[in-house]
Design a protein around this ligand. Structure first.
Ligand code: GLU
Length: 605
C-alpha cells in the first residue's frame, strides 16, 4: 500500500507534500518522511508514526521547489525512522520513495554489501537508492531505466537526484502512480486524492513506464526508452469529498453518505418500463449475456462478502450458478478458467493487487472479466473487459462501509439485467426496480437508529467475543458484520451460518459471548427462530436484526430494519452492523479511520 506524493514547481513543496500525505494516510500510517531538493542539497526528514507527527517534526526552514514524500505500510522491517522512506544512497545524492514489494531484495542487498555498500535499513526499498546512484550516467531517468529491469516484484516509485535538481523521475510496475499536471507545476501521487486540490488533469502511468516531471511538463517512456504519448484526462472528484465535516470520523461520514451514494449509483440505470437495469460499461450483447453458464465473483475482504451477496442475487434472479471466492486464494490455485463463465472482479480502489493479478491470470487463460470498481481509471478498471463503476465517491476510512453497500446495489443491478435477458418476468423486474428505487430513503430510516445502535454497541460490541449468525441471505451479512467489528474495534467476532451453529460453534455460546443474529422476515424466519431458541437455552444473549420486534424470549434486543424486496434485504441489513462496529470502536477509544495493522487499497501481496 503506502502513499507517495511528489511536487516540482515554483512553490515550496513541503506543505504540498505534507497535505498530500495526510490525504493518503488511508494507504499506510506506520511511518512517514519527505526528501526536499533545493540549493544543490538533499534534505530528508522521517518519523516513526503518523503524518501529523512528521508535520510537527519538519523544521520551518525545510523548504524547496522539488520534493517527494511517503507514508508507509511496512512489508520489510518494522515501522521505525530508519525504515521510513525516503531512502537515500550513501553519498546523500539520490532519494527514493517506493510502494510495493521487491521480491529479489535479499539477493540485491547481498550484492551491494559484497561491493562495500552499507545499508542502513531493513527495507527492500533501500536497494533502489544505492543501485540508481551507482549507475554511471549523468541522467537520472536513464539511471532509473537501467536499474528497473533487475527489479523483481512490484513498485510505484518517485526518485530525486541533486545532480538534476529540477526533476522527479517516477515509474510503475504493479503499484499505482498518477501524474497531476498543473500550471507550471507537476505532481505525482499514488492516488488522485492527493492531487485534486491542485489539478484535475491526471495521467495514470502504465506498468513498465517511466516519467520525468519538471515544472514545464512531463514525458513518458517505456523501460527500453520508447517514447509514449499520454494525454492527461480530467478527474471529476470534488475536494469536499475529502473532509470529514461535522461527522468526527470518515467512517461515520461515509455511513451517513450511503443514501446519496446509492442514489448516485442507481442514477440513469433503472428502467421502470421494461423492469430492467442498463449498465453501459458491461460490453456484453444480450446474446452474450444469455450464453455464459456460470458467474464467478472474485474480491478480497469486504469485496468478497459483497460478492457473496452478489452471487446469491445473480443465482436467485438470473438462475445462473454463481459464487464468490477470495481473489487472494483463487489466483494461487491454478484455477480452471472456463470460457462459458463470466468472471467479475470487485475492488473499491481498483488497485487491490491480489484482485488485479487474478484478473490478469483469468485473461491470460482466455476468460472474460468484468470489474466492479469505485476508482475511475484505476488499474483493475482499465484491465477488465468491461464493468460497472460504483460512483460511491471517495471512501477514505480504511474500513469499507459505503463502497460495500454500493457494491451490493450494483450486483442487484447486474442480477436484474442478466435476469431480464434470461427468464425473469417484466412484472418481477418492475417489482425489483421499485425496490431498488426505495433503498436510499430506507437507508435514511436506518441511519435514524444511530442513537439506539450506539447504546447497544456498549452491550454487544465491546465484549471479548461476539458471534454473528445468518442463514442464506443473512450469512454474508453476518460475515461482513463480524469483519467490521474485528477491523475497527479489535473484538474477536466469529461469523457462522445459523444452520451450522449446532454442528460445532454452539459450544462457544455462553452469557459472556453474545450473538448478533440476522433474522429477515423471509421463508427462513421460523428456522432462524429455532436457532435463537437454542442459543437462549444455553444462556446466550441475542441482538437481532429483523423486520419486526422479536419476542423477548428469543432476543434481548431487536434492531428493526425497514423491509426491502426480499432479494434486496441483505443490502439494508448490513447497515446497522456498520454503525454497531463504529460505535463500539469509539467506545473502546480506537483510531476508527486508521485501525491498527491495516491499510486501505492493498497494493501488496
Ligand atoms: N516494501 C516497502 C517497505 O516495506 C514499501 C512498503 C509500502 O508499500 O509501504 O518499506
Amino acid at each position: 500500500m503506502c502513499g507517495i506524493v511528489g511536487y516540482v514547481g515554483p512553490r515550496d513543496c513541503v506543505p504540498i507534500l505534507l497535505e498530500g500525505l495526510a490525504r493518503l494516510e488511508y494507504r499506510g500510517y506506520d511511518s512517514a518522511g519527505v526528501a526536499v531538493v533545493g540549493r544543490g542539497k538533499l534534505r530528508v526528514r522521517k518519523v516513526k508514526g503518523r503524518v501529523g507527527q512528521l508535520a510537527q517534526d519538519v523544521p520551518a526552514r525545510l523548504s524547496g521547489p522539488v520534493g517527494i514524500g511517503h507514508t508507509r505500510w511496512a512489508t520489510h522491517g518494522v515501522p521505525s525512522e530508519e525504515n521510513a522512506h525516503p531512502h537515500v544512497d550513501g553519498s546523500g545524492r539520490v532519494a527514493v520513495v517506493h510502494n510495493g514489494v521487491i521480491e529479489n531484495a535479499e539477493e540485491l542487498r547481498a550484492k551491494l554489501t559484497a561491493n562495500g555498500v552499507v545499508l542502513v535499513s531493513e527495507t527492500d526499498t533501500e536497494v533502489l537508492a544505492h543501485l540508481i546512484a551507482a549507475v554511471d550516467v549523468d541522467d537520472i531517468e536513464e539511471a532509473v531505466r537501467r536499474v528497473l529491469p533487475d527489479i523483481v516484484g512490484t513498485y510505484g516509485i518517485a526518485v530525486v537526484d541533486t545532480r538534476q535538481p529540477d526533476r522527479i523521475v517516477a515509474a510503475r510496475n504493479g503499484s499505482p502512480v498518477i501524474l497531476g499536471v498543473g500550471d507550471k507545476e507537476l505532481f505525482v501521487a499514488s492516488d488522485v486524492m492527493a492531487l485534486v486540490r491542485h489539478t484535475s488533469q491526471v495521467v495514470h502511468l502504465e506498468d513498465g513506464e517511466v516519467a520525468v516531471l519538471t515544472a514545464d511538463g512531463f514525458s513518458t517512456r517505456t523501460l527500453d526508452a520508447t517514447v509514449t504519448t499520454r494525454p492527461p484526462t480530467t478527474v471529476d472528484v470534488e475536494d469536499d469529498d475529502y473532509q470529514a465535516e461535522g461527522y468526527g470520523h470518515f467512517m461515520r461520514k461515509e455511513i451517513h453518505d450511503q443514501p446519496t451514494a446509492v442514489e448516485r449509483t442507481l442514477r440513469g440505470r433503472l428502467d421502470e418500463r421494461f423492469g430492467t437495469a442498463h449498465l453501459g460499461g458491461l460490453n456484453l450483447t444480450p446474446r452474450e449475456s444469455r450464453e455464459f453458464k456460470r458467474v464467478k465473483i472474485l474480491g478480497c475482504g469486504s469485496a468478497h462478502y459483497a460478492g457473496q451477496i452478489g452471487a446469491q442475487l445473480i443465482e436467485e434472479l438470473a438462475r445462473v450458478p454463481a459464487d464468490s471466492e477470495p481473489a487472494s486464494e483463487f489466483r494461487y490455485r491454478n484455477p480452471l478458467i472456463d470460457p462459458d463463465t463470466l468472471y467479475v472482479a470487485v475492488s473499491q480502489s481498483g488497485e487491490t493487487y491480489d484482485t488485479l493479478a487474478t484478473v490478469q491470470e483469468i485473461q491470460r487463460k482466455g476468460g472474460r472479466v468484468l470489474g466492479v470498481v469505485n476508482a475511475v481509471g484505476s488499474s483493475i478498471a482499465r484491465q477488465c473487459d468491461g464493468g460497472i463503476y460504483l460512483h460511491a465517491g471517495p471512501e477514505i476510512s480504511v474500513t469499507s462501509t459505503k463502497a460495500f453497500t454500493v457494491t451490493t446495489v450494483d450486483f442487484a443491478l447486474l442480477a436484474l439485467h442478466l435476469a431480464r435477458v434470461r427468464d425473469l418476468s417484466p412484472a418481477d423486474g418492475q417489482r425489483l426496480v421499485r425496490g431498488l428505487r426505495a433503498l436510499p430513503a430506507q437507508i435514511g430510516e436506518i441511519l435514524k437508529l444511530e442513537d439506539q445502535i450506539a447504546g447497544l454497541a456498549a452491550e454487544y460490541g465491546t465484549c471479548p467475543n461476539v458471534m454473528f449468525i445468518g442463514r442464506v441471505r443473512g450469512w454474508p451479512v453476518a460475515r461482513e458484520g463480524a469483519l467490521k467489528l474485528k477491523e475497527v474495534s479489535y473484538v474477536h467476532a466469529e461469523a457462522y451460518p445459523a444452520s451450522e451453529l449446532k454442528h460445532g460453534p454452539l459450544a462457544l455460546i455462553s452469557p459472556e459471548t453474545p450473538t448478533v443474529a440476522i433474522v429477515p422476515d423471509d421463508e427462513l424466519y421460523d428456522k432462524n427462530l429455532t436457532t435463537l431458541g437454542e442459543i437462549k437455552a444455553r444462556g446466550g444473549r441475542i441482538l437481532a436484526l429483523a423486520h419486526r420486534e422479536l419476542p423477548a424470549a428469543l432476543a434481548d434486543h431487536t434492531i428493526v430494519v425497514p423491509r426491502a424486496e426480499p432479494e434486496l434485504d441483505p443490502i439494508l441489513l448490513g447497515i446497522p452492523l456498520q454503525m454497531l462496529a463504529y460505535h463500539a470502536a469509539v467506545l473502546l477509544g480506537h483510531d476508527v479511520d486508521h485501525p491498527r495493522n491495516l491499510a486501505k487499497s492493498v497494493t501488496v501481496e
